[in-house]
Write a protein that binds this ligand. Structure first.
Ligand SMILES: *[C@@H]1O[C@H](CO)[C@@H](O)[C@H](O)[C@H]1NC(C)=O
Ligand SMILES: *[C@@H]1O[C@H](CO)[C@@H](O)[C@H](O)[C@H]1NC(C)=O
Length: 477
C-alpha cells in the first residue's frame, strides 16, 4: 500500500514539473477549447440518470504468420480523401494538436538522447508518439486519464469536464496533420510522399478488448491489428511471432527489436510508421561516396545529389548550417550540419528544442548543389522506457486505470514505436556532370558528408513529422 501511494505521489510531482515547464512556454497561451468536450457532451457524460449499456467487447483472433500485406496506396488515398473534407475548424484543431505534439516530440527526443539511444543515428516521429499516448488516453479512466492529459500538455482544470480533451477530436486532428503532409499540392496520382501508420494490439489469450476503443483508433492508424498470443511462456518466441506477423502484414523491409515482451504483460501497443519520400530533381551518384563518421573514420555510402533553389544559412555564433529543401507544397526537409564533426551533440541539444521552428530563418533562396547520403533510417523505441526516463514509469504501469480498453484492466508491457524512414532520389538517371555544371554556374556546393541532423515538417500547420540524426549511415538500418 505504502509503495503504491508513494509512486502515485511521484507521478503527480513529475507531471507538475513537466506542466510547469510547459506553461512557461509561450506556445501554451493558446486556447484549446476546440479540443475539449463540448458542454452538451459533458451533460451527456455526467448525466447520473443515463443508462449506459455495457460496451461490447471482443476476443482478438490468434496471431498468424501468414497474412497478406496492407495496401499502402489505399491507405494513402483514404488519407487524402479525409484531408479534402477538412473545414477551417478542423484545421485550427490540427494546428493546436501540432503544437502540443511538437512539444512532446522534443521532450521525448531529449529522453531518447539522454538514454544514449541516438549515437549512430535516430529517427523519432512526434505524431506517432503523441498518437500513442492519446490512444491510451482514449482507453483510460481517472486518475490515469487526467495524468495522461497533463502529460499531453493540457492539464484538466478543477476536474471540469469541459476542460477534458475529447480523445476522438484529438485523433481526428492527428489524422489531418498526417494527411496535410502527404496531400498538399499533390494532385497527381504519382505521390512522391507516402506515409502509413499501422498499430498492432497484442493481447494475452483471454483479454477481451472493447470495440469502441479499437474503432476509435482508426483516425490515428487506418490499419489496426488486434491479435492474441501467449506472451507469458516464452517472451522471446512471442517477440519473434509478433515480428513475423508485422513483416507479413506490412511487407516492409525493417528490422524489429528482438526482445521487449515481458512475461507479466497482457497488452502490447505497437505503432509502426513508414515514410517514403522521393526528392525531385535529385539523382543517385554513381558509386558510393565517403562519409566521415568522426574525424578519423570514413564509411562508403550511396549518396544523392541535385541542384535546386533552396534556402541555406549559417549560424556563425553557434557553428552550424541549415538547409531547407521543399519536398512538396508544404512538406519540408531541414538539414542541420555542425561545422565541426565532433560538435553534433552540442548542436543537437541547441536546435532540437521547443522553439526550433520559430528559430528557422528565412533567407532568400539561392541556387545550391546539394549532396547528401540516401536517408534510410530505422528506429524503434519503447515508450515505457522514455516514460521511465522522465520518471513517469508508473503512468502506464500496473496501477494504470485502462478501463476503457478492457473490462479486465490490462497490464501494459512494451509500447513500441517503430519507424522506417526512406528518402531517396526522385530521378532514375544521373544527369551528366557537364549538364549539371552548365545549368548552374553560380551554384553553392553544400555537401553533407559528416554527421548531421534533419527534420521533416509541414509548413501549413507547423507540424513536425520526424526528428532525425544521421551519425553513421551504415549502422542505422
Ligand atoms: C577528433 O575528435 C576528437 C573528439 O571526438 C577530438 O578530441 C580531437 O581533437 C579531434 N581531432 C582533430 C584533429 O580535430
Ligand atoms: C564556434 O567556433 C569558434 C571558432 O572555432 C569558437 O571560437 C567558438 O567557441 C565556437 N562556438 C561554439 C558555441 O562552440
Amino acid at each position: 500500500m505504502t509503495s503504491t501511494a508513494m509512486s502515485l505521489k511521484a507521478i503527480v510531482f513529475c507531471i507538475l514539473t513537466w506542466v510547469s515547464l510547459a506553461t512557461g512556454d509561450r506556445v501554451y497561451i493558446h486556447p484549446f477549447h476546440l479540443l475539449f468536450y463540448s458542454k452538451s457532451s459533458c451533460a451527456e457524460l455526467e448525466n447520473p440518470n443515463a443508462e449506459t449499456p455495457p460496451e461490447p467487447t471482443f476476443a482478438p483472433v490468434p496471431i498468424q504468420a501468414k497474412t497478406s500485406p496492407v495496401d499502402e496506396k489505399t491507405l494513402h488515398d483514404q488519407l487524402v480523401l479525409a484531408t479534402e473534407k477538412l473545414g477551417s475548424e478542423d484545421r485550427q484543431r490540427a494546428a493546436q494538436v501540432a503544437m502540443i505534439a511538437n512539444f512532446m516530440g522534443f521532450r521525448m527526443y531529449k529522453m531518447l538522447s539522454e538514454a544514449g539511444g541516438v549515437a549512430s543515428g535516430a529517427i523519432l516521429s512526434p505524431p506517432a508518439l503523441f498518437g500513442t499516448l492519446v490512444s491510451f488516453y482514449l482507453g483510460s479512466l481517472d486518475p490515469t486519464a487526467s495524468q495522461l492529459q497533463a502529460l499531453l500538455g493540457v492539464p484538466v482544470k478543477d476536474r471540469d469536464c469541459t476542460s477534458r480533451l475529447d480523445g476522438h477530436k484529438v485523433l481526428a486532428a492527428l489524422q489531418a496533420i498526417q494527411g496535410l503532409l502527404v496531400t498538399q499540392g499533390d494532385t497527381s496520382s504519382q505521390a512522391h510522399l507516402l506515409q502509413s501508420t499501422i498499430v498492432g494490439l497484442f493481447t494475452a489469450p483471454g483479454l477481451r478488448l472493447k470495440q469502441p476503443f479499437v474503432q476509435g483508433l482508426a483516425p490515428f492508424a487506418p490499419a489496426v491489428f488486434p491479435r492474441s498470443l501467449d506472451l507469458a511462456t516464452d517472451p522471446g518466441l512471442a517477440t519473434e511471432k509478433i515480428n513475423r506477423f508485422i513483416k507479413a502484414v506490412t511487407g516492409w523491409k525493417m528490422n524489429l527489436p528482438l526482445e521487449g515482451v515481458s512475461a507479466d504483460s497482457t497488452l502490447l501497443f505497437n505503432t509502426y510508421v513508414h515514410f517514403q519520400g522521393k526528392m525531385k530533381g535529385f539523382s543517385q551518384l554513381a558509386g558510393p561516396r565517403e562519409f566521415w563518421v568522426d574525424n578519423s573514420t570514413t564509411v562508403s555510402v550511396p549518396m544523392l545529389s541535385g541542384t535546386g533553389t533552396f534556402q541555406h544559412w549559417s549560424d556563425s555564433q553557434n557553428n552550424f548550417s541549415m538547409t531547407r529543401v521543399p519536398l512538396g507544397e508544404s512538406a519540408t526537409l531541414l538539414l542541420i550540419q555542425p561545422h565541426c564533426i565532433s560538435d553534433l551533440d552540442r548542436v543537437e541539444a541547441l536546435v532540437f528544442q521547443h522553439d526550433f521552428l520559430t528559430r528557422i530563418k528565412n533567407p532568400p533562396p539561392r541556387t545550391i548543389r546539394l549532396t547528401l547520403p540516401q536517408l534510410e533510417i530505422q528506429g524503434s523505441y519503447n515508450l515505457q522506457d522514455l516514460l521511465a526516463q522522465a520518471k513517469l514509469s508508473t503512468l502506464l504501469g500496473a496501477e494504470a486505470n485502462l478501463g476503457k480498453i478492457s473490462d479486465t484492466n490490462p497490464r501494459v508491457g512494451e509500447v513500441l514505436n517503430s519507424v522506417l524512414f526512406e528518402l531517396k532520389a526522385g530521378e532514375e538517371e544521373q544527369p551528366t556532370e557537364s549538364a549539371q555544371q552548365s545549368g548552374s554556374p553560380e551554384a553553392l556546393d553544400v555537401t553533407l558528408s559528416s554527421p548531421f541532423l534533419f527534420a521533416i515538417y509541414e509548413r501549413y500547420l507547423g507540424a513536425l513529422h520526424f526528428l532525425g540524426r544521421m551519425g553513421n549511415p551504415q549502422s542505422v538500418l
